[in-house]
Ligand binder design. Sequence first.
Ligand code: THU
Length: 136
Amino acid sequence: MPDVVIDGVAFELAKNAMSKAYVPYSKFKVGVAIETVNGQYYSGCNVENAAYPEGTCAEAGAIAAMILDGESQIKNIYVMGSGSKLVTPCGGCRQKIREFASQDTLIHVCSDSEVRQSFSLEALLPHSFGPENLAE
Ligand code: THU
């Protein structure tokens, strides 16, 4: 993994998004910020509801905001959560990120004070299925 330069703007966006999470059931707040290849930023938080499986992850919110604004290529994505364990994207979110990622995309796993570890998508979702599979 190359040296990772941390983007303070994205970090603060993720932190602010995390503070807005609606998590009355799990009490587990997650905030995400995306920086696109064009230098645009989008953020999202998890939003739960009483029908538990219908809640949405923070990644989904940030990706939806990105697409709504006409952007679609993720350069960096910051995933922020609390606790002693790394808050890596869930399996479903790895696939959602995959749709808009490239070989260079980095996934930065953060606490609210630092980037704890950075991963390539390949490391988190090896041998993945993607749009190319449907293009043949
Ligand atoms: N969560 C996310 O928002 N992103 C992830 O990648 C992991 C899990 C949320 C979903 C739920 O609201 C809470 O964390 C506990 O699972």
